[in-house]
Write a protein that binds this ligand. Sequence first.
Ligand code: B12
Ligand code: SF4
Ligand code: SF4
Length: 349
Amino acid sequence: MVPPVAPGYAPGVDTRTLIETTAASLGFVHLRVAAIPPEGTPRMQAYLAWLARGHHGEMDYLARGADVRADPRRREPDLRSAVVLALEHHHRRPPDPGGLTGKVARYAWGRDYHNLIGKRLRKLRRRLHEAGVANWGGVDTAPILERAWAEAAGLGFTGKSCVQIVPARGSYLLLAVLFVDQALTPDAPLRDHCGRCTRCLVACPTQAFPGPRQLDATRCIAYWTIEAKGAIPLPLRASFGRWVFGCDVCQEVCPHNARPPDPDEDDLLPRHAWLDLVRLLEEPDDALMQRFLGTPLRRPGPDGLRRNACVVMGNLGDAAAIPPLRAAWQRGSPLVQEHAAWALARLGG
Ligand code: B12
Ligand code: SF4
Ligand code: SF4
């Protein structure tokens, strides 16, 4: 249940307090503020270098809206401050059901955060408009470099794994950014808390980090199982292990995530922490998409999910996967057929 929006805006309440009370009433757990610097978005050079290296792969949408991403004032000239908000999704993984099942990254266990946070953000924006505060922002899909703003606002520090980490709370965060037309009191950025640790860089199953705070998405399991439409490169498949959607390895090994998980928030209950791989292969498209309605699991589409399921089945080394893989190889789409053939070859089937 989302609590109601904060009661009426009392004259004399400063804008930061209004934003903080409203955001807290909407369930945002973290909030920090950065001033928009004269030169625009922080870390923009690192972002452009990342694009130039082709580390975004097929995610062409990231190259679009570059002018607004570089400076949100190109969209709304009066914007002065960035308000960075976050929810936590630090949940306990349900026990391994065993058999032919695959793992899902934590952020995708429940309701799609685009909807969940988007709804809360719309309420916050409406409240600010009522109070005469012009604003613009979004969650994930707008051309906003969210982690760069989170770093500048001191919401977290940038781990060597690229993720934003709140000291003592961890990195299982979902971010949103709201720009406002007022000069709010900014927060100070945090210092680096990684020190000499390199666990994430070493643990990444596909060696997707060319260096600290650099990620080649074209090697990342999250990229291939969620974003990419085509065939997963052969040399990477065996490294995917049991990850059928997303990957949490670089976060699971991080000492900042060692605290006990939170009780589950209603909307992010771990409904889909493990997926039945045979069901993914056999369920008709409509039923599959209906089952995952309102969750991030719809993003790869039915054949993307089946492609991922074939890879995990190939990795499980269980002969029970051979009959469903054969069926997929006989009647699946060309993408699914090719991944089923790979898995069958790996299982000796
Ligand atoms: C594209 C994308 C991806 C791609 C590429 C990820 C990447 N590392 O760039 C893929 C599909 C691989 C992906 C994976 C994941 N993603 Co993603 N993704 C995005 C998206 C849409 C854009 C990110 C982007 O612009 N990347 C380009 C790179 C260059 O930028 P960046 O890492 O974000 O920016 C930092 C670096 O430039 C860094 N930097 C560069 N040089 C230097 C040098 C120094 C010294 C320092 C300190 C910093 C630094 O500073 C910037 C600020 O931190 C954002 C949402 C958004 N609009 O921002 C979500 C987002 C980053 N993803 C998110 C999540 C949850 C994930 C996954 C955890 C999902 C999963 N479990 O499978 C993984 C994590 C992988 C990882 N280790 O980063 C969250 C991150 C939450 C957090 N705590 O950080 C975001 C913010 C979505 C959200 N609204 O919550 N993602
Ligand atoms: S999400 Fe997984 S594959 Fe991607 S960088 Fe982190 S550990 Fe590597
Ligand atoms: S695992 Fe270590 S190096 Fe990686 S982000 Fe966490 S503290 Fe930093």
